[in-house]
Design a protein around this ligand. Sequence first.
Ligand code: SAH
Length: 225
Amino acid sequence: MTPRMRLQPEAMGSGLTSQRVRDRLVERLRANGIADERVLEAVRLVPRHLFVDEALATRAYEDTALPIGHGQTISQPWVVARMTELLLQVDPRKVLEVGTGSGYQAAILAALGLEVHTVERIGDLLRSARKRFRQLGLNVRSKHDDGRLGWEENGPYDAIIVTAAAPALVQGLAGQLAPGGMLVAPVGSASAQNLIVLERDRGGTLSQRELEAVVFVPLLPGLVD
Ligand code: SAH
């Protein structure tokens, strides 16, 4: 599994979006414990500056979450890398993401060669994300829906990644997890959450562990145009 991406001139960046600046982000992630070289290479390749508003492009390679409109954020690169690294442990082929947002996390997964399905409740964000997938030649399946329901028709998934926080794990999602699969989700209150990893073993038994503290926007009900 080697990350790949079709790079067009605007995806190459310049100045504060240049490859040198991106490489510095990768080194920072490595220094902060991200060890999977495939993930680091995907972060190096995917042009994060194309996933934020032009006015914020010069900040795209800082290790920080940034606003993407509608009160939502593109996740911090370290968190994207960490969750991706966790999911790769089960050697997935098919992944479901809940909370497309900018599309950056989905793009990282697609660049790793995974079959990505993603669901977003805010239509406007989803339309922008789809444009980016097209522009970068990434094959990502997406749907405008309440992701708490998952995406049953295309399941089960080897990995499920939830990128918005809920007070408890969404139980129904575990039902779309294949044997040997892993679900990663931030769980907790608006201000204090932890990453929860839920694994289904080959026999079907579920086990759960709690990892580091993170901050995500909330998982919300209902659809917005
Ligand atoms: N993965 C995104 C992170 C975006 S922030 C990225 O890489 O940019 C979380 C996203 O989850 C927001 O876009 C928000 O609208 C979306 N979201 C919140 N609740 C949702 C739900 N029930 N179903 C689908 N998407 C949801």
